[in-house]
Design a protein around this ligand. Structure first.
Ligand code: KIV
Length: 275
């Protein structure tokens, strides 16, 4: 039985700050279409992230790099159409905010017009000017530091960050600086991905905006998971992700039964036949 409240207040951007000050943990999960947006909203999540992970879990790409702005607008629209109580965050795909702050604003406007209530982008010091420009256009921004999948080639793969000293990208001190510059630039929240739990705890205690962790331990202000990982829908598994269900196996079993019934001529039965 679901524990989700039947009626709850719409989660809005100002509630991020309230959640941090009241130490209420924030639950975020990804969704890319209307069916799953309704399911995760019924389960009571605070935030639905229309993540660029759509590229890997939905489009079958190896990295998140190929997904386009148009495709992100499309998936954001599908989710937003369901008018969820959860806040909808649209992910800015690779190449849409790095070129110039002006282009970052234009592309953020496109996601807002598609129904996002906030946009997310990856990076720290180097994207602070983009974050500042987008927030000055009155569009809330969620930052994302640590293991940033759009930096796949620089990182040499999706590798845990924050384990080295120094100020090079991905090192411990640099991540602390990245967190501060994202906060200073005006972001309303910060995803921290794939870093040691101790560092995530330190960042969380040092920034005033809520941190939302994935592969960053329990001491963040909230957590995010990719839907397909949480439901056990894909055949991939990661140390940082938990499958709360085994929908891949359940789905294969169900469709195998359907195929068998068709082949045996026992589907459709009389109950499902018009007379
Ligand atoms: O695209 C995505 O799903 C994300 C989360 C992993 C934070 O960015």
């Amino acid at each position: 039985m679901s524990n989700a409240p039947l009626q709850r207040a719409k989660f809005t951007v100002p509630m991020l700050a309230v959640s941090k000050s009241e130490q209420k943990k924030i639950a975020m999960i990804t969704a890319y279409d209307a069916t799953f947006a309704c399911i995760v909203d019924a389960a009571g999540v605070d935030i639905i992230l229309v993540g660029d992970s759509v590229a890997t879990v939905f489009q079958g790409e190896r990295t998140t790099l190929p997904v386009t702005l148009w495709e992100m607008e499309y998936h954001t629209r599908l989710v937003a159409k369901t008018r969820p109580r959860a806040m909808v965050v649209g992910d800015l795909p690779f190449g849409t905010y790095q070129v110039s702050p002006e282009l970052a604003v234009t592309n953020s406007v496109a996601l807002i017009k598609a129904g996002a209530e906030c946009v997310k982008l990856e990076g720290g010091i180097h994207v602070a000017s983009a974050i500042k420009a987008i927030t000055q256009a009155d569009i809330p921004v969620m930052g994302h530091i640590g293991l940033t999948p759009q930096s796949y080639h620089r990182m040499g793969g999706n590798k845990v960050q924050g384990r080295t000293d120094g100020i090079d990208p991905g090192s411990r001190d640099r991540l602390l600086e990245d967190a501060h510059s994202v906060e200073q630039a005006g972001a309303c929240a910060l995803v921290i991905e794939g870093i040691p739990g101790e560092l995530a705890r330190e960042i969380t205690s040092k920034v005033s905006i809520p941190t939302i962790g994935i592969g960053a331990g329990v001491f963040c202000d909230g957590q995010v998971l990719v839907l397909h990982d949480a439901l056990g829908l894909s055949d991939r598994s990661f140390k940082f992700a938990k499958a709360y269900a085994g929908l891949r196996t359940t789905s294969i079993d169900a469709i195998t039964t359907y195929v068998d019934e068709v082949r045996l001529g026992i589907w459709p039965d009389d109950l499902h036949t018009f007379h």
